[in-house]
Design a binder for this molecule. Sequence first.
Ligand SMILES: [Zn+2]
Length: 410
Amino acid sequence: MKRAILFTHRWIGILSAIIGMTNFPSLEAQTRCDLDLVPRQWDGYLDWKEKIHPYHLETRDVLTVPVVVHIVYRRPDQNISDAQIHSQIDALNRAFTNPGDFLPGLPREFASLVAIPGIRFCLASQTPAGAISSGITRTSTNLENIGLLFGDNNRRRIHYTDLGGQDAWDPNRYFNIWVGELGGLLGRASMPGTLIHAEEDGIIISPEVFGTTGSVVYPFHQGKTAVHETGHYLGLAHLWGMEQGDCTEDDGLADTPQQAGPYSGCPAYPQTSCGSNDLFMNYMDLTDDPCLIMFTRDQVDVMRNTLEQYRSGLINQAAGCNQPPRWKSADQELHVIYRPEHHQLEIQFRHAGEAAFQVRIWDVTGRLVLHQMEYGSSVLPLSVPNWVLGIYFVEIITPGNQLTKKVLIY
Ligand SMILES: [Zn+2]
């Protein structure tokens, strides 16, 4: 729809692209993300996107995606710690479920575009064979820049054990993230409709930009590279589409302003191309981590529809996603009351503003029994007629805070 309109503005677009060209590709921007798409693959992506029929969803429930992280390292420092891996999962979850604390810097004209995906990532607690797992594999390699090397049949080596990398866990059930050398690139992703080998479905991230602690390097130290590549994995294109430097095509979404090419660094607002101010603070641009802060509503619709229609095997939770909660002292703002006469839990949460928050309830064995996203309400009644009697932990997660209360169901 948007592409048809754009065609009539082709010459205006080319002119503005020429005027604005100095803002666009720098070395940093070109190496931050490389999808490596040939036109045939881009057409495959566009065909795929037609088929998923993105429709608007009221984001009420959180979709949970099990993740396996494959560390493929050549040097010891690339064998990053569990803590660094966990920090990346946390960073994904902030971006996809609780981005509120990133948003104060967002220009006013874009505020109404912001949407929260409501997608949560967790390290898989089971292997494909059903064994208990940390959701992390570790493989050493002698191959330099294994993420860029190919073996027979044009197979990318990092994705295959027999080529010196690590085989994927069933890509229909797990989101596979490989962390390995990429020759200066920060990340790459398989977009739906573009895959040549199904076993390569997932993303690759360079170890020095994976996570928010340990060996990460400024200005890619907030885990946003993986957020960006996960956006691709969930069906999003770059804001400027396939071609850089023109205004004849873009990401195909109505609510992202037409943009000629990527930005790098942290540009001052506003930056303009194709006749409108550009959304360089969107995760699908290539600016520095602190500047990437939001997804739009249309992007969220594509990502959630991708999960529900194309990657539905990921969200059935068969691979297990239960991580033990991290306890914090209870806070005055959260009250949890059990009303046995109604078999009902009442969660009273005093909460300023309209920001989204997550509710998680764990049983004493550390099993997650409820997880949902809520908006603004201060009293949440939950019907629990069939719950096993015993102690439960109710956890509220807001941007920058986490509250926990214990409750007995009897
Ligand atoms: Zn990209």
